[in-house]
Design a protein around this ligand. Structure first.
Ligand SMILES: Cc1cc2nc3c(=O)[nH]c(=O)nc-3n(C[C@H](O)[C@H](O)[C@H](O)COP(=O)(O)OP(=O)(O)OC[C@H]3O[C@@H](n4cnc5c(N)ncnc54)[C@H](O)[C@@H]3O)c2cc1C
Length: 811
């Protein structure tokens, strides 16, 4: 084995081999793969080999599309067959809700450029005669579905990588990882030590163990998974004979099974409710190419439904039962990217659908390593989306929940109960007693809405407006007419201090930094000029800044900040997490309320819009920001957690005579829509530039230097390809959720990023991106937005419907 390499990829499953191939493709030739045993000997060899594009996240769906398109290239380069069967696949809906879900998936597929079509049950039966039509209300055909040979495909990646210059060492187990002072890694193996500039954890079933070598506990867990292979079936033979092609794949959501043809029989796999984790603590190193004992009892409930839905299956003989383990993250998407605090250590693990996702993971990671950026939006699979709260037990509960719900509908207003409550603030019980319906916000229980006395605090899940509607409306009205209070502990909060703090922030952020006692809003760009953050920054004094941002992106942002810190120690960076918590009061009477809680002058003249102060509020040391995401007069009050209950109690007491109401995240999001305010991760993502996102006023191109400035100048000159716009939508009883296609002139020209009902303005609202040339098309009903399969007229709103001049915020 050589003594030094640029990249050591640990693991020769389909994912490690894909990473290796893509690194060579991106131009890095000095790369090696270290495999404990033989290629594919982890979860890869016994996979059912199915592939499809369907994914809850459109960006992951795109990467799945990339993976599926890659196999021809691999076969061409390597000369190795991947054993491809591009048979197409049917997603079978057994209920109206499932059909609505398929309509949404079909709508989304349109703007992703994927080929899908909706079918009636009899059209589905025509394609797949095995089904009993009466159990289904419709189906969606996905032309990209198919299956392959897992071994051949992995070898095709490996051969292509070798042709590109990579080396593969088999029978070479990595036993330890140590970081040198120069930042490189000593990778100790059973065949000697190799020094590497970068290490990639593609350890699959052993990814946790490889993570532990560098002191981290990755949120990944293996589950047992079973599929059956039947004997030859006369129905299959007959179909092939008369049609001249294979049967399409099928997913039967109700039965929780997937099926496809194999030779003259079928493969049938289940995602059963009674699922079982495999090796919940440690995967033994000696586990090899062996299978686990099958347990048909566990999957009997699925089979019973499946046999009704596909009667021929009941009589088919079973040739083989495969039970093998493979890994999942808590939300089922991969864990990819650099690990915060460990420069040069990368993850490519928890890939539960290696043959749909492996290519995309390899592409993203290789671009990230070679260019410093994955090149597209990989947030949904970024390892940084989890915080320290994603412990082993949390992961265990969530992975089981996710596995058992793999084929269940996740409604837009559905909060899943697994592993909750994980984190709570000191107000948790108090707010529950007030009727709070809680949601999970980056592992923290956060109030969504409040059920008035006599109303059950529970969501009725639906794609349509639901039981929370009148209550969220009352909360919105309460804010707009008087004053409301909401908990905002879930925001990300940071402190940046030291003599270099101002310069550091000026270089990272697009806006001018504030002077002492003031706030600014500012986007943050990557070198390519795309949005990687959006913050509120306060200057306490010239050597100390406070910053607030998206809760979900805390680790993602810390990773970026750390990578940009000056080496001279002149900047100190702190993430408060729940060491700083907050309450926001908002509405025209919020100043009156604040005045009762402090003896400071909080008049409009003394405390202006976008002011920042440190002051006692309710006899509690607090930081105060005069800003509110509601777009109304409002204040954010930030205190240490031990003061939060007192602050809350005094706000409640002083607010009673003013008509104070409690409001939750749903009202907050509705109120921000009425102001056309964007939100991180929906409107603001690394696929958009600041001008496209309509954030021009927060980009100070007069500043001599900030990251992304050159690209921002180019974007300004060109106007950008896209434009974020807000719409009023002629919705019926369902509002947009996000990811719906936007139509214009009979064509899909854009997509919705978020939306909902604006309860104060009483309009259904949406935000999304359209080609910039169409952004000025403000004629009434010039666009259509597809909601649950129906096209609804939509009108661009050039100005917010609530307080377009911004007078309320400044009053
Ligand atoms: C029954 C079953 C059916 C499935 N069906 C499908 C399907 O139809 N479609 C689909 O897309 N996916 C399917 N999968 C999932 C698929 O198998 C996985 O997504 C895929 O195998 C993940 O590949 P990987 O490379 O991440 O992990 P693995 O295949 O587990 O590879 C990890 C490799 O790393 C090596 N390794 C680990 N630690 C070290 C170390 N310290 N030193 C050196 N080497 C190390 C291991 O030996 C192993 O070879 C199925 C899985 C099972 C079990």
């Amino acid at each position: 084995m050589k003594s030094h390499t640029r990249v050591a990829v640990i693991g020769g499953g389909v994912v490690g081999c894909s990473v290796l191939y893509h690194l060579t493709k991106a131009g890095w030739k000095d790369v090696v793969l270290l495999e404990r045993d033989q290629l594919t000997c982890g979860s890869t060899w016994h996979a059912a080999g199915g592939f499809h594009t369907l994914n809850g996240d459109p960006n992951v769906a795109k990467l799945q599309g990339y993976t599926i398109g890659l196999y021809d290239e691999l076969e061409r380069i390597s000369g190795q067959s991947c054993g491809l069967h591009r048979s197409g696949g049917l997603l079978l809906a057994e209920s109206p809700s499932r059909m609505e879900w398929l309509k949404m998936a079909h709508g989304r597929a349109r703007y992703l450029g994927l080929e899908t079509s909706l079918l009636t049950p009899s059209e589905a039966k025509e394609l797949l005669p095995l089904i009993e039509e009466k159990y289904f209300v419709g189906a969606m055909l996905d032309a990209a579905d198919g299956n392959l040979d897992p071994y051949g495909t992995t070898q095709a990646y490996a051969k292509s990588a070798r042709i590109g210059g990579a080396e593969i060492y088999l029978q070479t187990r990595v036993t330890a990882l140590a970081r040198r002072l120069d930042g490189t890694w000593d990778v100790a193996t059973t065949a000697g030590t190799i020094n590497a500039e970068h290490v990639v954890n593609a350890g699959g079933l052993w990814a946790r163990e490889v993570g532990r070598m560098v002191g981290i506990e990755l949120p990944v867990l293996a589950m047992e998974h079973m599929y059956l292979v039947t004997d030859d079936m006369p129905e299959v033979v007959e179909f092939n004979r008369t049609r001249g092609h294979e049967l399409p794949h099928a997913i039967d959501f109700k039965a929780e099974i997937y099926m496809r043809q194999e030779h003259n029989g079928m493969v049938l796999g289940t995602y059963e409710k009674a699922c079982v984790p495999w090796q919940p603590h440690t995967t033994p190193w000696e586990f090899g190419s062996e299978l686990l004992p099958p347990d048909l009892d566990r999957i009997t409930p699925s089979l019973e439904i499946g046999f009704k839905h596909f009667p021929a299956m009941e009589h088919a003989g079973i040739k083989r039962i495969i039970n093998g383990p493979f890994t999942f993250s808590p939300d089922g998407n991969p864990l990819v990217g650099p690990v915060q605090g460990l420069p040069g250590f990368w993850c490519a693990c928890a890939v539960m659908a290696g043959f749909s996702q492996g290519g995309g993971v390899g592409l993203a990671l290789s671009q990230w390593m070679v260019n410093g950026d994955p090149g597209f939006d990989v947030w949904a699979m970024d390892v940084a989306r989890y915080g320290e709260w994603a412990t082993r037990r949390y992961t265990n509960e969530k992975v089981r929940e996710n596995y058992s719900r793999r084929f269940s509908i996740r409604f837009p207003n559905e909060e899943l109960p697994g592993a909750r409550p994980q984190q709570t603030t000191s107000l948790y019980d108090t707010l529950l007693a007030e009727g709070a319906v809680m949601g999970d916000s980056w592992g923290l229980e956060t109030p969504l809405w409040f059920a008035p006395r006599g109303v059950e605090p529970r969501d009725v899940v639906s794609f349509h407006r639901s039981n929370d509607f009148p209550h969220v409306k009352a909360e919105c009205r309460g804010v707009r007419e008087a004053v409301g209070v909401t908990e905002i502990a879930n925001f990300a909060k940071y402190e940046i201090s030291g003599p270099g703090a101002a310069g550091f922030l000026a270089r990272l952020m697009t806006n001018k930094m504030p002077r002492a006692g003031r706030l600014v809003l500012t986007p943050m760009l990557n070198p390519a000029g795309k949005l990687i953050g959006d913050f509120t920054i306060a200057c306490a004094n010239p050597g100390r800044f406070l910053m607030w941002g998206s809760s979900q992106a805390q680790i993602y942002h810390m990773r970026w900040f750390e990578s940009q810190l000056p080496k001279d120690g002149s900047v100190r960076l702190r993430r408060f997490d729940l060491d700083l918590v907050g309450l926001s009061i908002a509405g025209p009477r919020s100043r009156e309320l604040l005045a009762q809680l402090t003896d400071e002058d909080v008049s409009g003249a003394a405390l202006k819009f976008m002011d920042h102060r440190a002051m006692d509020i309710a006899n509690v040391p607090a930081m105060l920001n005069r800003v509110s995401y509601t777009g109304d007069l409002g204040y954010e009050i930030w205190v240490r957690p031990e003061y939060q209950r007192r602050l809350y109690a005094e706000i409640r007491a002083a607010g009673r005579p003013l008509g104070l109401i409690l409001f939750g995240m749903r009202a907050l999001l509705s109120l921000r829509l009425e102001k056309n305010f964007p939100t991180w991760y929906r409107e603001l993502r690394p696929i958009y530039g600041p001008f496209e996102a309509d954030l021009e006023r927060f980009v100070d191109l007069g500043k001599p230097d900030f990251i992304g400035r050159e690209a921002a100048l180019r974007e300004k000159a060109s106007g950008g390809a896209l434009r974020r716009v807000s719409f009023a939508v002629d919705a019926a009883d369902a509002d947009v959720l996000g990811d719906e296609p936007i139509w214009h002139g009979g064509k899909v020209i854009g997509w919705v990023t978020s939306g909902g009902y604006g309860h104060w303005v009483e309009r259904s609202l949406a935000q999304g991106y359209v080609p910039s040339a169409l952004a000025g098309e403000t004629a009434e009903r010039a666009f259509e937005i597809e909601i649950l399969g129906e096209r609804r007229a939509a009108t661009i709103l050039p100005a917010p419907l609530f307080d377009p001049a911004g007078a309320r915020m400044r009053m």
